[in-house]
Design a protein around this ligand. Structure first.
Ligand SMILES: [Zn+2]
Ligand SMILES: [Zn+2]
Length: 333
């Protein structure tokens, strides 16, 4: 489908690509894998390809429909991973804004089968962060198990959504920021965390699980030390600095360390159905498309509270905005 891009979220993965930490991008490349846009034109096989999909809430593919494009842009459907419900691990997967041109642009082309409908009531800017920050956070939360006491290391775009989902599920959440980041800790508390502290702090009770969303390998042993017997540490990022060696004793007693990679379409449909029910609000800072580099700089410097989003088509975006506080507005409850 040819899409007119309204907005596109800025993700830490975009920074890892720009800085060469992810080493195999298609070049030249247009970044951006949290695209909100409307369908302009269909390719010859677009509607027949989505008719064949089992998901009932795949978006209608017709001009004018608003859709979201996530990181997972294409899979082969035939490898052992795809055939066992793990298309996030597909051997041949192609990713938006990495192997496929992304959404830091006025137009983008996407495979209709991998797009999502945007939940109603979410304006373009507020919807964009749901498409990666939200989805990856949701998958990480699922892999963290059902434990009540959840630690979140790194309080950025993914965490500010994740904390709302975890709270909705009745969990107690502990947010860890860079030591001394009082502003970040206040933000975490405002978004619903029960406790906030620095990454070296000891939470008031041991954790059943910790999700690490900052690309800092040192956090792995730090989180492991706070996790109770049988607990899990989930690394949510696509890139992380080296993990320092640590004593076996902190892994002993069935503690686990694991990563979370990409997303499946099932994750996406589940999360986008859930988000408006909670309702998940997103805090966004908008940048015009021509300031994409400034948005990346601000993200690198840790100066974004919530998520950075490129406002590509201001006119379309304001047409989709709803007045007053919607479910998308944090603190609007
Ligand atoms: Zn992302
Ligand atoms: Zn596959």
């Amino acid at each position: 489908m040819l899409l007119k891009v309204h907005s596109c979220g800025v993700c830490r993965t975009d920074l890892h690509i720009v800085e060469g930490e992810l080493t195999e991008p298609k070049l030249p490349l247009i970044l951006g894998h949290q695209i909100v846009g409307t369908v302009v034109e269909l390719g010859p096989k677009a509607s027949e390809s989505t008719d064949a999909l089992p998901e009932t809430d795949a978006p209608r593919v017709e001009p004018g429909v608003r859709v979201g494009v996530p990181w997972l842009g294409w899979t082969d459907g035939t490898c052992p991973y795809c055939l066992s419900g793990r298309e996030n691990l597909c051997d041949q997967a192609r990713f938006t804004g990495y192997d496929i041109g992304g959404g830091y642009a006025e137009y983008a082309v996407a495979d209709a089968r991998y797009c999502f409908p945007i939940p109603e009531g979410y304006p373009d800017l507020q919807a964009a962060p749901l498409l990666c920050a939200g989805l990856i956070g949701y998958r990480a939360l699922r892999l963290a198990g059902d434990g009540r006491r959840l630690g979140i290391y790194g309080f950025g775009a993914a965490a500010h959504i994740l904390v709302q989902v975890a709270r909705h599920q009745g969990r107690t959440t502990y947010a860890f920021t860079r030591p001394g980041d009082d502003e970040g800790q206040r933000f975490a508390l405002r978004m619903g965390a029960h406790w906030a502290g620095g990454s070296l702090d000891v939470p008031p009770e041991p954790l059943d699980a910790a999700i690490i969303l900052a690309p800092v390998g040192d956090l792995v042993p730090q989180a492991l030390r706070q996790v109770a017997k049988g607990g899990v540490v989930v690394c949510g990022g696509i890139h992380m600095s080296d993990i320092p060696s640590f004593p076996y004793q902190i892994l002993w007693e069935e503690r686990m360390v694991r990563s979370v990679a990409n997303l499946t379409r099932k994750d996406g449909h589940e999360f986008l159905r859930l988000a408006p029910q909670i309702p998940v609000g997103t805090r966004v800072r908008a940048f015009p498309l021509e300031e994409a580099n400034e948005a990346l700089d601000e993200l690198r410097a840790g100066r974004i509270e919530g998520a950075a989003v490129l406002m590509v088509d201001e006119e379309a975006t304001s047409a989709w905005a709803t007045s007053g506080r919607g479910p998308w507005s944090p603190g609007g409850r």
